[in-house]
Design a protein around this ligand. Structure first.
Ligand code: NAP
Length: 283
C-alpha cells in the first residue's frame, strides 16, 4: 500500500516557515489580488488566499472590478499596483469573465515581473526555461515541495507529465528537468498514452478529467501526483487519478482533496515573501 503525500501537512510546514520569517521583518509584504466579476469559485479562491495571507502575516489587498469593467480599466489598476512601492505581489484571479473582451496574455505581460507571484509573465517564464527562476510557479513548485518533503529525488527518474498547459504541465516538466529527471510530456494528441505512463517512475496528472488515470496506466511502485480538481455535485472535489484503484500499486500518492491543492497557495505565500525580499534587496 502506498504512502500519502500529505499536502495539508506539508503546506502547513511551508506556511509556518514563511510566518516565522515575516514575523522578523520590520514591514510585512503586501499581496494585491484582483478579482474581475463575481464567479463563485473565483470568490472562494480569493477568500482562501486572503486567509493564507492572514495566517502568515502578509498584508492582503483585494481589488474588485465588475465583470464588464473592461481590459483598459483592468490594465490601469495593474499599472497603479505596479507603481505602488508598498505592494510586492500582484495576481489577478483567472479565468477572466467570458463574454467580454479580456486579453489574459496582455494582462500577464502588464504585471511587473518583479511582482508577478504567479510566474505568468514571459520574462519569468523565460527565466524558468533558462533554469534561473527567482520565484517558482505555484502549482508545480508545490509538487516539488511535496516530493522534497518525502525525500523523493527526481534525478535520473522518468517523470511523465500528462498535460501541457502553461500553468501546470509545461512548468512542471521544466522543474522536473532542472532536477535532472528524464521528462516526457503527454497531451490529448499523444498516442498509446498508457504505454508511456506505465514507464513513469513519477506520474503527474494535470488533465482536468475525473479518474482519467486508471490502475492499468501505472507501474508498480510509481509515485503518483494528482493535480486535477474535478468538481462533483455539491462541494465535493476529486482528482484525475482513480485513487482507490491506483493507490495500492504506488509507493506514494497524493489525495484529492488534501494533496497538491493546499501546496499551491503555500507557494504563493512563499513567492510573495521572496518577491518582497528581492524588491527590498534582502534576498
Ligand atoms: P488545461 O489547461 O485544460 O490542460 C489540460 C491538459 O490535459 C491539456 O494539455 C490537454 O491536452 C490534456 N488532455 C486533455 N485530454 C487529454 C487526454 N485524453 N489525454 C491526454 N492529455 C489530455 O488544464 P490545467 O490548467 O493544466 O489544469 C489541469 C487540472 O489541474 C485541472 O483539473 C485544474 O483544475 C487542476 N489545477 C489544479 C491546481 C491545484 O492547485 N491543485 C492548480 C491548477 C490547475 P491538449 O493540450 O492537447 O489539449
Amino acid at each position: 500500500m502506498s504512502q500519502i503525500l500529505d499536502g495539508k501537512l506539508v503546506s502547513a510546514k511551508v506556511l509556518d516557515s514563511v510566518a516565522v520569517e515575516i514575523a522578523s521583518m520590520p514591514q510585512p509584504p503586501t499581496l494585491a489580488v484582483i478579482l474581475v466579476g463575481d464567479d463563485p469559485a473565483s470568490q472562494v479562491y480569493v477568500g482562501n488566499k486572503k486567509k493564507a495571507c492572514e495566517r502568515v502575516g502578509i498584508v492582503s489587498q483585494e481589488h474588485f472590478l465588475a465583470a464588464g469593467a473592461g481590459q483598459a480599466a483592468l490594465l490601469s489598476l495593474v499599472e497603479e499596483l505596479n507603481r505602488d512601492l508598498n505592494v510586492h505581489g500582484i495576481l489577478c484571479q483567472m479565468p477572466l469573465p467570458s463574454g467580454y473582451d479580456y486579453d489574459e496574455q496582455a494582462l500577464c505581460r502588464a504585471i511587473s515581473p518583479a511582482k508577478d507571484v504567479d510566474v505568468f509573465h514571459p520574462e519569468n517564464v523565460g527565466k524558468l526555461m533558462l533554469g534561473e527562476p527567482e520565484l517558482l510557479p505555484c502549482t508545480p513548485g508545490g509538487v516539488l515541495e511535496l516530493l522534497d518533503d518525502a525525500g523523493i529525488d527526481l534525478a535520473g527518474k522518468h517523470v511523465v507529465v500528462i498535460g501541457r498547459s502553461n500553468i501546470v504541465g509545461k512548468p512542471m516538466a521544466m522543474l522536473a528537468l532542472q532536477r535532472n529527471a528524464t521528462v516526457t510530456i503527454c497531451h490529448s494528441r499523444t498516442k498509446n498514452l498508457p504505454e508511456i505512463t506505465r514507464q513513469a517512475d513519477v506520474l503527474v496528472a494535470a488533465v482536468g478529467r475525473l479518474h482519467f488515470v486508471t490502475a492499468d496506466m501505472v507501474k508498480d511502485g510509481a509515485v503518483v501526483v494528482d493535480v486535477g480538481i474535478n468538481r462533483l455535485e455539491g462541494r465535493k472535489v476529486r482528482g484525475d487519478v482513480d485513487f482507490d484503484a491506483v493507490a495500492p500499486k504506488c509507493s506514494w500518492i497524493t489525495p484529492v482533496p488534501g494533496g497538491v491543492g493546499p501546496m499551491t497557495i503555500s507557494i504563493l505565500m512563499k513567492n510573495t515573501l521572496q518577491a518582497a525580499k528581492l524588491q527590498r534587496g534582502e534576498a
